[in-house]
Design a protein around this ligand. Structure first.
Ligand SMILES: [Zn+2]
Length: 83
């Protein structure tokens, strides 16, 4: 569910900007385990327009709402081979 609270303005991706755990969530398939409202409530939400932009900023994909990054990269490699 997309948010319009805190720093969020309807972006699809929300990163948890705490230094301990840099994780980006996809708000469309968000799960209860993502605890998005807690992140926003703590003032740690950082909006991103795309998953790749969040990854480039050093955020790891949430294991609950986004396909694990190593699987994404693996699939890209396979696609690159032209199966
Ligand atoms: Zn998540």
């Amino acid at each position: 569910m997309r948010r319009f609270t805190g720093r969020m303005n309807g972006e699809q991706y929300l990163a948890n900007a705490t230094t301990a755990r840099k994780v980006v969530h996809d708000l469309d398939p968000e799960t209860a385990e993502c605890r998005i409202d807690e992140v926003i409530g703590a003032g740690n939400a950082e909006p991103f327009q795309s998953q790749s932009a969040a990854n480039a900023a050093g955020y790891n994909n949430c294991e609950h709402c986004i396909e694990p990054l190593h699987l994404v990269l693996q699939r890209r490699r396979l696609d690159g081979r032209g199966r």
